[in-house]
Ligand binder design. Structure first.
Ligand code: DX5
Length: 222
């Protein structure tokens, strides 16, 4: 059964605590906090301070998706702030093995994200060391973007690669995931779905957004 992980990027930040609680009561499996520095991606969002705040508002596991340059400089700060999973971009990590080992030394789960145009081959040496691969289905930087359907075969190849390597990492997807695209990515091999605008932009509220996603992938909320 695929996990549903709301991204708070599309939440109402004037009432972030409530929106986090709504995601938890609405059945979210984890929460993702999108960290952006205006350099790795053309947008600036939040840092460890907001992870600390979200940590106080929920008991759900938290993912910090670091869309920043030199992420190795900040993994300790995000671990201290309360992130359970720290996701760094392969494209921003020339010493990826060292960064992954540092995340695990800090007692956190390590994720590696790759952008739509980044080849899977860039993961093959690290796949067995990580807990999660985040296969981006948009070019990162903003919520509400159009799903890139050309990534679907890549998701299938990534699932095959994970199996061929005997790896145990999650295959997470992020970007343009909603009721129409969710079944496509699950069929292709994703087992964790990140959704921001489909959850926080649902006209009927956060719980309805999560429920719609679960119904779309055949696992209705209880
Ligand atoms: C990168 C961000 C977004 C966000 C989800 O841009 O990582 O993908 O999490 O945004 P939606 O679900 O609104 O496309």
């Amino acid at each position: 059964m695929a996990l549903v992980v709301p991204s708070i990027l599309s939440a109402d930040f004037t009432r972030l605590g409530e929106q986090v609680a709504e995601a938890q009561s609405g059945g979210a499996d984890r929460l993702q906090i999108d960290v952006m520095d205006g350099r790795f991606v053309p947008n600036i969002t939040v840092g460890p301070l907001v992870v600390e705040a979200v940590r106080r508002a929920t008991t759900l596991p938290l993912e910090a998706h670091l869309m920043i340059v030199e992420p190795e400089r900040y993994v300790a700060d995000f671990a201290k702030a309360g992130a359970d999973i720290i996701i760094v971009h392969q494209e921003a990590s020339p010493h990826l093995h060292r960064t992954v080992e540092e995340i695990k030394r800090l007692g956190r789960r390590a994720g590696v994200a790759i952008n739509p145009a980044t080849p899977l081959a860039s993961l093959q040496e690290i796949l067995n060391d990580i807990d999660l691969v985040l296969c981006m289905t948009v070019d990162p930087g903003f919520g509400g973007q159009q799903f890139i359907s050309g990534v679907l075969p890549k998701i299938s190849r990534l699932r095959a690669m994970i199996e061929q390597h005997g790896a145990h990492c999650d295959l997470e997807v992020d970007g343009g995931i909603h009721a129409e695209t969710a079944p496509l990515v699950v069929k292709a091999g994703a087992n964790v779905l990140v959704a921001g605008s489909a959850v926080y932009g649902d006209k009927d509220g956060v719980a309805a957004g999560i429920s719609r996603l679960r119904q779309a992938i055949g696992t209705p909320s209880e």
